[in-house]
Design a protein around this ligand. Structure first.
Ligand code: SER
Length: 314
């Protein structure tokens, strides 16, 4: 059966790459990119694009009506750092955007819904190392609070209404195609740009701030693999823990120095993102993803560093 796929928030760091991946599999015309801004990336101008603000339910509804999607991906969100600058907007967008889409998916009998969660659902009391799927969760950013609440809603819509909604708790995502969206893990992208352009970078996180990270290729593959998995294999209907690679700014800089020997890393003055980083896990246990849908990351630190530098040089 031919899929018709709507991607809401298609211009962001994830959407930019996910739309292209989904179009390769399903054909350009069967993947409808939707965002509040016009796409400025390398998608074909002829491929479908709709202006959508996920807070305007009637506008999303018109898009559902026009395309009758079999799958919907909701990526529009305010991330951890920007969310703290505008907590009410972050809550409104992250929460009501999700509820709008869940309700429309039910109304239009959409077969599958994808919604990303994050390592931000964990908090200061969560175990830091090899953080389990089910554990203490006390997020203290509005982003983390909204993602944890969203996970509960996803599971609720699955249990109560039988909606096939699937989710991953992404670690910090590293990519070169589109800019990151205002998160705590963004340093791990900026560092590559500055290393090539200036030979130095001032990190807003401390030398030893270890966080779970993942290369975008792995994240896109995980997303599509989860969505392709048979429904009866999906035992987690809140959101799956997913692990790629964990490192600190200091360790990442050492890896970059293998290619740019004189690269210099300095550390900036106190930054509010440090407190957020301190509240998050160092590493993630993703046994459920491995067992349920055979998840296995391909990019380690060495491989992602080479790929980032190669592509940014182009
Ligand atoms: N990269 C995200 C952030 O820093 C984590 O989900 O907000």
């Amino acid at each position: 059966m031919q899929e018709k796929i709507i991607v809401l928030g298609s211009n962001g760091q994830i959407g930019t790459e996910l739309v292209n991946a989904l179009r390769k599999i399903n054909g350009d015309d069967n993947v409808i990119a939707c965002d509040i801004r016009r796409p400025d990336y390398d998608i074909k101008n002829s491929a479908p694009f709709e202006f959508v603000n996920v807070l305007e339910k009637d506008v999303i509804k018109a898009v559902f009506d026009k395309y009758q999607p079999t799958q919907v991906y909701l990526l529009a969100a305010l991330l951890s750092a920007t969310g703290e600058q505008n907590p009410k907007l972050a809550w409104d967008l992250n929460m009501n955007g999700l509820l709008n889409v869940l309700d429309l998916a039910l109304e239009f009998k959409t077969k599958k819904v994808y919604w990303p969660s994050s390592i931000a659902v964990f908090g200061p009391s969560s175990p830091k190392d090899n953080t389990p799927q089910n554990t203490i969760m006390d997020p203290n950013t509005v982003y983390g609070i909204s993602k944890l609440a969203g996970e509960r809603w996803c599971e609720y819509y699955h249990e109560k209404y039988g909606l096939d909604v699937r989710s991953i708790r992404y670690p910090g995502l590293i990519s070169y195609k589109a800019a990151p969206g205002g998160g705590t893990t963004d340093y791990a992208i900026h560092i590559f740009h500055d290393a090539l352009k200036k030979g130095c970078y001032q990190s807003f996180l401390n030398a030893g701030s270890e966080l779970p990270m993942m290369y975008m290729d792995d994240a896109i593959r995980a997303t599509i693999e989860l969505m392709d998995a048979p429904a009866d294999k999906i035992t987690v209907r809140s959101s799956y823990n997913l692990a790629g690679v964990s490192f600190t700014p200091e360790v990442l800089a050492a890896e970059i120095r293998k290619h740019i020997p004189n690269f210099e890393l300095t550390y900036g003055p106190n930054d509010p993102r440090q407190k957020i980083a301190d509240s998050w896990p160092h590493s993630i246990n993703d046994d459920y993803a491995a067992k349920d849908w055979n998840w296995k990351p391909e990019f380690d630190l060495e491989k992602l560093t080479v790929d980032m530098l190669d592509n940014l040089k182009k």
